[in-house]
Design a protein. Structure first.
Length: 237
């Protein structure tokens, strides 16, 4: 399957995680992605990182529309997409809403299944009143003075996902190739969860990455990228 090229490299759209930016999540891996023959095109969420859009449409539908608009700036159909955490989830939504828009999706460390206890713990962890100092400092470093505003928007999006997001039935109609990965040291996204997710997807594949924790920026590229690159090479074949 063909894909757009920039300077002889295949374009891949890159999505960050919840409360993250392309730079904060993917920057340590940028050079290695290019060295593998891909030209990464980062898509920051509205109001995050390099994007100056308003937060008025910071919803599932709004983020899908945002990503599709970015893809439309590159004359290609379908597109290759790599998404970390929330980015992987939105990648699934893009394909569900516009079947055939993506040639393939690599979703890394995306938590799809949430228990009631996990939901409560997540909301408490990111409550501005009780948030651990290390998380507050990280958000301030990434987002500056807007960190509380962006935190509120992200938690509202999280609530929408767990209350009214994708279901297993939605996954069963997604036909594109999807690589689902997590790290064997990921405390949030467990291997049995991603195995269940990959099994439900019509063309899902699973890879558990050795020595990898949840934060994308914290592991070496040599541990994270090979699975996604090999998958993408095969999809584009």
């Amino acid at each position: 399957m063909s894909a757009p090229e920039h300077g002889g490299k295949t374009t891949v759209f890159i999505l960050p995680g919840l409360l993250g930016t392309v730079a904060s999540d993917w920057a340590p891996h940028w050079e290695q992605i290019r060295n593998a023959g891909y030209e990464p095109v980062g898509v920051d969420w509205p109001g995050h990182g390099t994007d100056s859009s308003h937060l008025d449409h910071f919803t599932i539908a709004g983020l899908v529309e945002h990503v599709l608009a970015k893809m439309d700036t590159v004359e290609t159909n379908p597109c290759l997409l790599w998404g970390y955490s929330l980015g992987g989830y939105i990648g699934l939504e893009v394909e569900r809403q516009q079947p055939g828009r993506l040639s393939g999706l690599w979703m890394h460390a995306t938590k799809f299944y949430w228990t009631d206890d996990e939901i409560a713990a997540f909301r408490e962890q990111f409550d501005p009143e009780t948030m651990p100092a290390k998380y507050r400092e990280t958000l301030q470093k990434i987002h500056g003075e807007r960190w509380e505003e962006l935190l509120t928007a992200n938690i509202a999006l999280f609530d929408e996902i767990v209350d009214n997001g994708l279901t297993d039935d939605d996954l069963e109609i997604i036909r594109m190739p999807v690589l689902v990965t997590t790290g064997d040291q990921d405390d949030l996204v467990k291997s049995d969860e991603v195995e269940q997710l990959a099994d439900i997807l019509m063309n899902g594949e699973l890879s558990i990455l050795s020595g990898v924790r949840h934060p994308l920026h914290s592991s070496r590229s040599s541990l994270i990228l090979p699975a996604g690159i090999e998958f993408s090479d095969r999809v584009l074949g």
